[in-house]
Ligand binder design. Sequence first.
Ligand SMILES: [Ca+2]
Length: 539
Amino acid sequence: MNMNSKNLLVKGIGVAAILLGTRDDLCAINVTINARTVYQTMDGFGSSERVFDDPHVFENFNPTTKRAATVLTTAQQDAVLDRLYVDLKLTRVRPACPETALVNGVAVGIEPQNDNSDPNLIDWNRFNFAWKNLDAHIDYIQRARQRGVTTFFLSALNRETWLDLNATNAVAEYAEWLLALALRCDSQGVTLPYLSVANEPSYSRNTMGGHFMRDVIKILGPKLRAANLPTLFVIPDDVRSTDAAAKASIILSDPMARSYVGALATHLYDESITNIGKMKTLAQQYGLPLWMTEFSLTLAASTGLGNGAFDWADLIHELIWTYDVSAIDYQWGFFGQWESGSQYVKLNYDRGGTEAYKGYTLNKEYYVTGQFSRFIAQGSRRIQSVSTDTRVKVSAFVDWPNLTIVAVNNTSTTESASFDLVGMPALDAVNQIRTSATENWASLPAINVSGTKFNASLPAKSVTTFTGNLGLLKVGISLSANNVTLSWPVIAVGFKLQATDQLPSTYWSDVTVAPITIGDQKVATFEAGEQTRFFRLKK
Ligand SMILES: [Ca+2]
């Protein structure tokens, strides 16, 4: 290097330093939150699940009990469930069930041999639902449901070894097997709202094609309804988006199969996450929610993503904001320390020694997820959020009267942002809760809102959640000529206009006039009658 270029280099550094020092003043990041534009309805956050005494959770085995060598008492299990479903407010469970294989030498088949040659006639004596075949998962769902879980679906890790997909009746036999599982759940008090035909049908364990899945749904859908079960299919729950989209296309292009589908789902392994765009296209085309049903930071490298907790926050943001994903399930809610990073709650034990349980650790991913899951209730609507700089990634949600704004800063510098709240009632202040390298769900001082704006500082590697209360939902009413016009904010999604002739009233009827949208208001206009009428908005 000659002297001239060295001088140039020094000058270059000097200029860069000046720019860094004043960057926040020169280019403040502006974020506009616009409640006039509404996107997907959020379905919640959850995880896959294995039961506490599954040997796989701890990668150990007690030959006497035939279960995991590490044992948690019921109270210790309850503490973990409380962290996941009470504190973190997860509302979804995805049991790794059924799993039909030899596990540590123990056959765990549910229908180890075909019950009979008639796929329309279940011989219950030939089925075994014991423990983690199914009944332990039903018990888990019940305990989770007591803590607020509403959404759960079985996803078959593999199928019975005797079932040859090319055999005559294979579709009907597989459908019968899934029906038996759904009926068993229902008989034990757990009616499945959803069911996945197979876990990762492009992976090696329960490989099957889109046509096979479509035909299973066409046989099983009517049988579920005949049994009075409302269960809808989650498809195709595949290992990666490209394969998921190919299989989902086959299923959805059949109108009868489509009518039994409740959600599209994919995992995010092996390829760039941008491929989930293919699933978003299908979700829009068929009017279905899109769920991301499994991902682990331990496999982030296969997608080109970083494996830090704030990379996970970035990914949650991307999925929700770019791809309109409405539900996000991490690989495990709890799991043994041997697979560190795959779980929200890490179960510690004396691995390789006594194998005794030693309490749990809440991973940073747990807290990062909580910045979303604790505030974005099921049924919340995402509203528009636009940041002038991708260093600050912001998503926003309304579940009237609650406004939630989640800001992710996954850079290595503190960023300042100015937020502008438009299309909604004025707020006095917003609360802020933050997780960073040194904070977990830290409650920070409220920030005053001036006019429609507030400013916030977002530390390096942090997720900040701002919450505000939009107040009472007010209905505007006006009379013009012979017409009555009622109006209310567009973001009060999920409310229905109802009317009655007298107060107090025990009978409110839905107003049948369909409202139109004008600006940020829903407006319903109808002819004024002779009688007095009272109106209300009801959720
Ligand atoms: Ca059978």
